[in-house]
Ligand binder design. Structure first.
Ligand code: GDP
Length: 297
């Protein structure tokens, strides 16, 4: 897990083994490499800077352990600090779905993986927690999106709200709420419409839906490969709607996962799940250890 960065650091630390403690200069030199590694992993510059500064304070003066090289020791300090930043008080995999029917609002930009993730989460709630789930598509602009959710529902054995052409998103949401109560559902999930960019109409619509349903969870689904953009999108959705967590999709791709660190540092919101593919079971609970390892390369 630590090889890449450790290799980079080994030269820097050759002379340090004799000194017995990490000096400020040596730590600074090493952390320059760490900063490059973070930026290469798509962590934003201000977040990388802040992070490195904090680690520098922690690392300076630490006694060098005999069993590992100083380079490895700095990487370990960095790794632990990454895990610490990425870990919150909450249990990422535990959605608030008591008091049935519990509404879950799914938000995000078009193409981020919202509909796919709605299906994945519904399946997870059904399979792992035995919940009876109803899914509803509010994407009145793209009938294909509504059909897509219905097809996913059939695949995973989860009910979808029947499509009524011409209904407004807020009315579909009301109907879902009613149906969830009448049908004895534990959870109802609302898959909102996405846009290519954030716009006022979209936000107003999501806000109206939020107001009539009072969701227990509002999950933002974003493409983890979009790095900084993902963080900006999360910030905007949080400011306007208020989100309870983030799902980072396409983490099966080549990305190094730096968006996760920026996301947590900038928005303070927990990453709850990561999407690891197109299939309905390609969803995992967010694990700080795993992402930290990946960021370090
Ligand atoms: P939406 O517009 O936000 O609802 O996005 P969709 O759910 O329709 O997803 C857009 C595309 O991304 C589809 O082809 C999905 O199969 C794909 N997708 C979604 N999540 C993941 C993921 O975690 N990994 C990969 N590789 N593809 C994903």
């Amino acid at each position: 897990m630590f090889e890449n960065l450790s290799e980079r650091l080994s030269g820097v630390f050759d002379r340090l083994t004799k000194q017995g403690a990490l000096s400020e200069d040596d730590v600074k030199t090493a952390l320059r490499e760490v900063r490059v590694a973070l930026l290469e992993a798509d962590v934003s510059l201000p977040v990388a800077r802040d992070f490195v500064k904090r680690v520098q304070e922690q690392a300076t003066g630490q006694a060098v352990t005999k069993s590992i090289t100083p380079g490895q020791q700095v990487v370990k300090i960095v790794h632990d600090a990454l895990v610490d930043t990425l870990t919150g008080d909450e249990d990422p995999g535990k959605l608030k779905v008591d008091n049935p029917p519990a509404p879950i609002l799914m938000v995000g930009l078009q193409g981020g993986g919202k509909t796919t993730t709605t299906g994945k989460l519904a399946k997870r709630l059904k399979d792992r927690e035995g919940k009876k789930v109803l899914m509803a598509s509010l994407d009145v602009y793209r009938p294909a999106a509504m059909d897509q959710l219905a097809i996913l529902g059939q695949q995973i054995g989860v009910d979808t709200l029947p499509i009524v052409p011409g209904q407004k998103p807020v009315d579909i949401a009301k109907r879902a709420k009613q149906q969830a109560a009448l049908g004895g559902y534990d959870v109802y999930m609302l898959d909102t419409a996405g846009r290519l960019h954030i716009d006022e109409v979209l936000m107003q619509e999501v806000e109206d839906v939020r107001n009539v349903t009072e969701p227990r969870e509002t999950l933002l689904v974003v493409d983890g490969l979009t790095g900084q953009v993902a963080v900006e999108v999360a910030q905007e959705f949080d400011d306007k709607i208020g989100i309870s967590g983030v799902v980072l999709t396409r983490m099966d791709g080549d990305g190094r996962g730096g968006a996760a660190l920026s996301m947590r540092a900038v928005t303070g919101k927990p990453i709850r799940f990561v999407g690891l593919g197109e299939k309905m079971d390609a969803l995992e609970t967010f694990e700080p250890e795993r992402i930290a390892g990946r960021i370090l390369g």
